[in-house]
Design a protein around this ligand. Structure first.
Ligand SMILES: *[C@@H]1O[C@H](CO)[C@@H](O)[C@H](O)[C@H]1NC(C)=O
Ligand SMILES: *[C@@H]1O[C@H](CO)[C@@H](O)[C@H](O)[C@H]1NC(C)=O
Ligand SMILES: *[C@@H]1O[C@H](CO)[C@@H](O)[C@H](O)[C@H]1NC(C)=O
Ligand SMILES: *[C@@H]1O[C@H](CO)[C@@H](O)[C@H](O)[C@H]1NC(C)=O
Ligand SMILES: *[C@@H]1O[C@H](CO)[C@@H](O)[C@H](O)[C@H]1NC(C)=O
Ligand SMILES: [Zn+2]
Length: 676
């Protein structure tokens, strides 16, 4: 019996993938005991800078236990282009051998090991080669040799060099968590139909080209906003929580192998201006990923410093700082525990020549020829619905961006921030053009809370901002020079399946009877959000609902939800995440939907919020290169399409790589400018 058990264990150890790659992973990109990072199947822009890391794992115990936990520190690695001669990494990139690093980490092989608190321990030997680039398009094979005879190979593809710069500017709107289903629901709320025909429509509906992007991570099929933004901005897929790096197994979240992002490339190659606008705290994943290089998205203070000063402790080019940085999250700017090294980042930005605005009036007055920082409150920007309809919810907030007690006043919205950003970037970019990322962050944040009305309000704010942006570009005479892309980073499993009669609903006391209020198919009727509410005017203009509180509301929901109470219809108070019950699980939110019926969720009982979903998300495009965005492709291709249109990449008249941005004897080649 014992012998048999032993044989089974050996067999398991031989097929490592049997234990790697599901709930928990030793290192997602490394199914073997030797890891090449960037891993197999990665694509690069010619001249895009990146770091290489090799790791040798020696599991001390667990099902993969090997070599008594002693990692091979005499490993070697080579690189060969298109099946040619293999040369050592140091020789190929003209670098000296980096120092050997060692560390230990542990992980759980599955949920049973987690419950039993028996982590598997792994000792590691590693080397990192910093800031290299491959200039010649083609296929490169990297071979890592270790444990006398074992090898791990990775194939990297350097895509062709763009020959023409076709867009002067790119504006990239991201509706965080936004799906086609949500766009359809938002249209229903804000636009009226007569006998089946819409009388007006979304700005997104006017885009000539729509495609689909696949959002999955490098090592999991559901992504978060960190690694999806990373893919969109750099062409490299990564792991959940990682920004601008491939995840390694070392304990330091800031030493993971980096790669260059679109704004770093733009700054280096064309000297363009760039900016980020978000309704989230600006250190949040989607805006931060433009300049961040961190394994952990939660290293917020560091991320703000990286945006301004670049990566400090490893050689890296950075961007010299954004030309526009508008968002919220005063916690990371006020001197104190939330900021990097406790410093006052309003002052740090001001020292580098930024105007600093803390409210809408001062934002409007900021000079267009100076770099501009705007931080308008603590935490996230209050959502459109609370800023415009349920304005009394704002009074009790303690989010003044100056650190004073009390609520932030005179808040701008996404449209105010985006239009001002365009003025500054247009002025500062001059003939070199600009790149702007503008994010509607709370579509996602409110979907997590299952607060669908607040999510859809922010989606309509995004659409209104896109509409105003088109008009602004036309006024500035740069509409035809500017590629506008509107997309998302991932979805939530939300859809609408009918309407709910709130009056009938409220009159029922039994949960099952309440469900009779829901009208499906022919009983769904038409949208009542587009008919003015008697005696009420929100003053929010066309393209937003005229009545947020009609008798017949949409009945919708998420495919992935925690236990919750469902009432349908707009909640005057924002919806809070579900709460932990007395028994440590079974969550139900009674406070914000007191009249609702209880829905058992589909997630682990410890989850208090909805989660992201698998769905592909839409990509809308208009302007130079718009036709490239049709079809279905990976999220990394959004980067390659935008980068190609901007003529990004450095080619060199050499057949192989060279260290640094300008290796000796090489003549950089870049695209020629061919604007419409
Ligand atoms: C591995 O060893 C550590 C102690 O070094 C122990 O805590 C852990 O439970 C062991 N794991 C397994 C899977 O045996
Ligand atoms: C950079 O290194 C210095 C000195 O070791 C350290 O104090 C600082 O925290 C590091 N900064 C980051 C962002 O890692
Ligand atoms: C807006 O900011 C300016 C400049 O800091 C300040 O003078 C003004 O009082 C602020 N307005 C409000 C409403 O807080
Ligand atoms: C939710 O699930 C629990 C446990 O299975 C069950 O006791 C309860 O009746 C369910 N509630 C509803 C409303 O379905
Ligand atoms: C590259 O170098 C070769 C040999 O020096 C030369 O003949 C060729 O014209 C160069 N090509 C370009 C595009 O500069
Ligand atoms: Zn999210």
């Amino acid at each position: 019996m014992l012998l048999n058990a032993h044989a089974v264990a050996l067999c398991l150890a031989a097929s490592l993938s049997a234990v790697s790659g599901q709930t928990f992973q030793r290192l997602g990109t490394c199914p073997d005991l030797g890891c090449v990072i960037p891993p197999d199947q990665q694509d690069f822009l010619p001249g895009q800078e990146f770091d290489i890391r090799f790791e040798i794992h020696a599991p001390k115990n667990g099902s993969e236990a090997f070599n008594n936990g002693v990692p091979d520190d005499k490993f070697s690695a080579t690189i060969a282009k298109d099946g040619g001669k293999a040369r050592s990494i140091a020789e190929f990139f003209k670098l000296s051998e980096p120092a050997l690093e060692k560390w230990t980490f542990s992980w759980f092989e599955d949920l049973f090991a987690r419950d039993a608190k028996t982590p598997s321990v792994v000792n590691v030997a590693s080397k990192a080669y910093r800031r290299v680039a491959l200039y010649a398009p083609g296929t490169y094979t990297v071979t890592l040799s270790y444990y006398s005879g074992k090898t791990t190979t990775a194939e990297w593809t350097v895509r062709p060099l763009a020959t023409k710069k076709k867009a002067k500017n790119v504006i990239f709107f991201i509706g965080d968590g936004m799906t086609t289903n949500m766009i359809t629901a938002a249209r229903l709320l804000a636009h009226k139909t007569v006998n089946g025909r819409y009388q007006s429509h979304l700005a997104l509906d006017d885009f000539p080209v729509v495609g689909h992007q696949m959002t999955h991570s490098i090592d999991s099929f559901i992504t978060d906003s960190a690694n999806s933004a990373t893919a969109l901005y750099s062409g490299h897929k990564s792991s959940v929580n990682a920004l601008g790096v491939y995840a390694d197994s070392s304990p330091d979240p800031l030493d993971d192998p980096k790669f260059e992002t679109i704004v770093e490339l733009l700054h280096r190659i064309w000297g363009s201006a760039w900016g980020a606008v978000s309704t989230a705290f600006i250190a949040d994943a989607t805006p931060a990923a433009l300049t961040a290089h961190s394994r952990l998205r939660s290293t917020y203070g560091v991320l703000v410093d990286q945006a301004l000063n670049g990566v400090q402790n490893y050689s890296w080019t950075g961007t010299g700082g954004p030309d526009v940085y508008f968002g919220t999250g005063a916690e990371q700017f006020l001197a104190g525990p939330g900021s990097y090294q406790g410093k006052d980042y309003y002052a740090e930005f001001a020292k580098k020549g930024y105007s600093v605005s803390l409210n809408k009036t001062s934002l409007a007055a900021a000079p267009n020829d100076k770099r501009a920082l705007g931080i308008f409150c603590k935490s996230n920007l209050p959502v459109w619905l609370d800023r415009n309809v349920f304005t009394d919810n704002m009074a009790s907030a303690k989010n003044d961006p100056s650190g004073a007690d009390g609520p932030a006043k005179d808040l701008p919205g996404l449209k105010d921030m985006t239009l001002k950003a365009i003025d500054v970037l247009h002025k500062r970019g001059g003939k070199n053009g600009f790149f702007l990322m503008s994010e509607a962050a709370s579509i996602d944040k409110q979907m997590h809370a299952l607060d669908y009305d607040r999510a859809l309000g922010d989606l309509l704010e995004l659409d209104d901002t896109v509409r105003a942006t088109m008009k602004k570009l036309e006024e500035l005479g740069i509409l035809d020079d500017t590629l506008v892309v509107v997309s998302a980073d991932h979805g939530h499993g939300f859809d609408v399946f009918g309407s709910s009669d709130t009056k009938y609903f409220a009159a029922q006391t039994d949960d099952r009877a309440k469900r009779e209020a829901i009208g499906v198919y022919q009983n769904s009727g038409l949208s009542q959000y587009t008919t003015p509410k008697p005696g009420v005017s929100y003053g929010t203009g066309a393209n937003f609902p005229l009545n947020w509180d009609p008798r017949y509301v949409i009945a919708g929901g998420q495919g992935a939800n925690p236990d919750h109470r469902e009432q349908y219809g707009v909640g005057h108070k924002p919806r809070e995440p579900a709460k932990v019950g007395a028994n440590g699980e079974a969550y139900v939110n009674n406070e914000d939907r007191p009249n609702g019926f209880v829905v058992n969720g589909t997630l682990p009982t410890g989850d208090t919020q909805g989660v992201h979903s698998l769905t592909d998300v839409p990509v809308y495009a208009r302007g130079p290169c718009q036709e490239a965005f049709g079809g279905t492709y990976s999220n990394i291709d959004v980067f390659f399409k935008m980068a190609g249109c901007l003529g990004l990449g450095w080619g060199k008249n050499v057949t192989e790589g060279a260290g640094g941005a300008d290796g000796p004897g090489c003549h950089p080649k870049r695209a020629t400018v061919e604007l419409p």
